[in-house]
Design a protein around this ligand. Structure first.
Ligand SMILES: Nc1nc2c(c(=O)[nH]1)N=C([C@H](O)[C@H](O)COP(=O)(O)OP(=O)(O)OP(=O)(O)O)CN2
Ligand SMILES: [Zn+2]
Length: 131
């Protein structure tokens, strides 16, 4: 079974790699929504996969790094596209959440991306075991 939680944060960014004149080269902001998913068996003793509070504990340090920030100034986010941000979040959540299967990042109601660890060195073993 899968368990998910949606976290929100507000941040500003600009995209430095877009062509000249692209609107996203200008400073602007988003109300980001991040969906964190874990997959595992429902423990018979607890009736849950893991406590949602454990997801909150893993997310909290990232919220402090991202909320009301200029993302381009955050280490590792000099080109803060949704894709780069999703991978950045994955790499910081995964050590605390071994059951992590997906990080979804939405910049607006109509766009976003999902990262499932496919760029990670152990991606084959992760996806083979969990999909
Ligand atoms: N593959 C990606 N493309 C774009 C990203 C991204 O992260 N990955 N990001 C942006 C910008 O951040 C932009 O703010 C979002 O652009 P857009 O989809 O145009 O959003 P709007 O709300 O401005 O959409 P409108 O339809 O113009 O209202 C761009 N591309
Ligand atoms: Zn943007």
């Amino acid at each position: 079974m899968e368990l998910f939680r949606v976290y929100r944060f507000e941040a500003a960014h600009r995209l430095p790699a877009v062509p000249p004149g692209h609107k996203c080269s200008r400073l602007h902001g988003h109300s980001y929504a991040v969906e964190v998913r874990v997959r595992g068996p429902v423990r018979a003793d607890a009736g849950w996969i893991i406590d949602l509070g454990d997801l909150d504990l893993a997310w909290e340090p990232l919220h402090r790094l991202l909320d009301h920030r200029y993302l381009n100034e955050v280490e590792g986010l000099d080109n803060p596209t949704s894709e780069v941000l999703a991978r950045w979040i994955w790499r910081r959540l995964r050590p605390a959440l071994p059951l992590l299967t997906e990080v979804g990042v939405r910049e607006t109601c109509t766009c976003g991306c999902v990262y499932r660890g496919e760029d990670e060195p152990d991606a084959n073993s992760v996806t083979r075991g969990q999909r």
